[in-house]
Ligand binder design. Structure first.
Ligand code: HEC
Length: 170
């Protein structure tokens, strides 16, 4: 009886040893195949491939699909009317397409949320017209109250182009 129990224990021990060995084998095989995987990621052993390392997102690759017609353009370098485009994308939702201060977002802020602008958002107003170019540029950089700061969103060249365009609205 005693002998039977010890042999049963022994075989149980052997079985769990075999399980451990199998698990270790799985880990080794897993690591080796992960190391062999020629992924594009920055990790030497890439176990999980991530979306931003995926081939289709290579930075220098030209876009394969044309953007849908009428979508917001991402590239302002090839048009002659860059200031107008930049204004349309960054400012018109508040200041309106013609800069009269009647954009949809600002309308919602003033009507729905009862926001009272601290300056006249009409860019053709006397107040806005009397601003210097640098005055407009620094307002764009810093923002005013609900108007966001664009210093991290636009380059100095883009701010200059927008300022020039704002001048044509006055
Ligand atoms: C979220 C809405 C919003 C956006 C986006 C926005 N503005 Fe404004 N802007 C305002 C409001 C509102 C004011 C008036 C000050 C206030 O109450 O915040 C203002 C003020 C100004 C003024 C001063 C006007 C004056 O009477 O002297 C200028 C110039 C201006 N914005 C230019 C721009 C330009 C250029 C852009 C785009 C790069 C822009 N804004 C983007 C809301 C916005």
């Amino acid at each position: 009886m005693n002998l039977l129990a010890t042999s049963a224990l022994k075989s149980k021990g052997r079985r769990s040893q075999r399980g451990l060995l199998l698990a270790a084998l799985f880990v080794v095989v897993g690591l080796v195949s992960a190391a062999c995987y020629t992924g594009t990621g920055s990790y030497p052993v890439e176990v999980f491939s991530e979306m931003h390392y995926s081939q289709s997102f290579k930075a220098a690759e030209p876009p394969r699909l044309h953007p849908p017609l009428g979508s917001v353009p991402r590239n302002f370098r090839d048009g002659s009317d860059n200031g107008a485009e930049l204004f349309a994308v960054n400012c018109s939702m508040c200041h309106g397409v013609t800069g009269k201060g009647n954009g949809t977002v600002l309308k919602a802020l003033t009507i729905k949320y009862k926001y009272v602008p601290v300056m006249d958002p009409d860019l053709s107003s006397d107040a806005a017209s009397s601003l210097s170019d640098e005055g407009i540029a620094s307002l764009i950089r810093q923002g005013v109250n609900v108007m966001p700061s664009f210093s991290k969103l636009l380059t100095e060249e883009e701010i200059r182009l927008i300022t020039q365009y704002v001048r044509t609205l006055q």
